[in-house]
Design a protein around this ligand. Structure first.
Ligand code: 3PG
Ligand code: MG
Length: 398
């Protein structure tokens, strides 16, 4: 990585504004944090700064409040969780800019940590406003981007703020870029990609970019229906992207041209309705009836995928294999997660929901790396520069 990091800059006693991605999943009813991985993932940077006596000012978004104060998207529970994990009090402001934030920063001592309120309570954040970026920048001496998961967004706290402060990468951002960069540039072969989730359109850029690099491409999840339809299978009521059938065909042709072994499901779990009461049946892909929808991959498909995955030295997985939220449609995803955790390969998990599955199953520490990025990971693996990385200072050449 040619970007400067917190290690390359004097932080002692400095006011350091750290953009983190504390956009954690919350329980719909209770509002409790259901997965704190994104908070834990920033500990190396936060501890690094505390240990060196920096005055740490964290800022993040949570959810999509669209420029308004939404009470249930306040960062108080996040600050509480971070306080517990750090074993030191993390204060939280009621507004990320303005006089109260200024006062809180002023009283911050070396080694103390403050969290600014949800950035997206101001529409100026997503509008990449110069004024807003300057208001944030005024609070600090140095800017650190550790929000890998948001680095694909050209928002004020991600890109614009870097115009006003010396700006470097945090340790999580560095680790993400190194790990994902190495699977993109020099993966150990055979290299397998296992892709699921609902939409082909979200993944086309990534799939096109990795075509010349992977040996195996295994496709499951909702998006498999579009590929099956493109191959003229009856897919019943399964949701597909009709405007992506050509894309799917094109991808299959590119795979064949590049010698990529592309596998689609040979059997699937189908149901008449998308509910936990639905009856689930496993059928071969030739036998899907018009009133059924695909909800998961089937056991023979899992076996076929395993045959290829066990040969791999590197595996990247993004996207559930079925509708994971409904327990009886989660079997395929669970089987795949277990299988990956047992491989001797380098296993990299990308993406919000895939990372949540792995964490939920207690398998995160059995994988080589679980990325904190969803959209950011896809964009990066699609070969695109991330705006939040571009703006950081380059390493000085000797
Ligand atoms: C994410 O979870 O995808 C990141 O935190 C970015 O959030 P966004 O998709 O709402 O921009
Ligand atoms: Mg997102």
């Amino acid at each position: 990585m040619n970007k400067m990091t917190v290690r390359d800059i004097e932080v002692s006693d400095k006011r350091v504004l750290v953009r983190v991605d504390f956009n954690v999943p919350l329980d719909e009813k209770t509002g409790a944090i259901t997965d704190d991985s994104r908070i834990r993932a920033t500990l190396p940077t936060i501890n690094y700064l505390i240990d060196r006596g920096a005055r740490v000012i964290l800022c993040s978004h949570l959810g999509r409040p669209e420029g308004k104060v939404v009470e249930k998207l306040r960062l108080v529970p996040v600050a509480q969780r971070l306080s517990q994990i750090l074993g030191q009090q993390v204060g939280v402001t009621t507004n990320c800019i303005g006089s109260e934030a200024g006062k809180s920063v002023k009283s911050l001592k070396s080694g103390e940590v403050l969290l600014l309120e949800n950035l997206r309570f101001h529409s100026a954040e997503e509008m990449d406003s110069t004024l807003f970026a300057r208001a944030l920048a005024r609070l600090a001496d140095i800017y650190v981007n550790d929000a890998f998961g948001t680095s694909h967004r050209s928002h004020a706290s991600i890109v614009r703020v870097a115009e006003y402060l010396p700006s470097v990468a945090g340790l999580l951002l560095e680790k993400e870029l190194k790990t994902l960069g190495s699977i993109l540039e020099n993966p150990a072969h055979p290299f397998g990609e296992l892709i699921g989730g609902a939409k082909v359109s979200d993944k086309v850029g990534m799939l096109e970019n990795i075509m010349g690099k992977v040996d195996y491409l295994l496709i499951g999840g909702g998006m498999a229906a579009t590929f099956l339809k493109a191959k003229s299978y009856e897919i019943g009521l399964s949701l597909i992207e009709t405007d992506r059938l050509d894309t799917a065909l094109g991808l299959m042709q590119t795979a064949a041209r590049n010698g990529v072994h592309l596998l689609l499901p040979v059997d699937v779990a189908v149901a008449d309705e998308l509910s936990s009461k639905a009856k689930v049946k496993v059928v071969s892909v030739e036998n899907i009836s018009p009133h059924q929808r695909i909800v998961d991959i089937g056991p023979q498909t899992i076996k076929n995928f395993y045959q290829e995955l066990r040969r791999c030295k590197t595996v990247f997985w993004n996207g559930p294999m079925g509708i994971y939220e409904i327990p009886q449609f989660a079997e395929g995803t669970k089987a795949i997660a277990k299988l990956l955790s047992s491989l001797k390969a380098t296993t990299v998990i990308g993406g919000g929901s895939t990372a949540e599955v792995v964490t939920d199953m207690g398998l995160a520490n059995k994988m080589t790396f679980v990325s904190t990025g969803g959209g950011a990971t896809l964009k990066f693996l699609g070969g695109k520069a991330l705006p939040g990385v571009e703006v950081l200072l380059n390493k000085k050449t000797q």
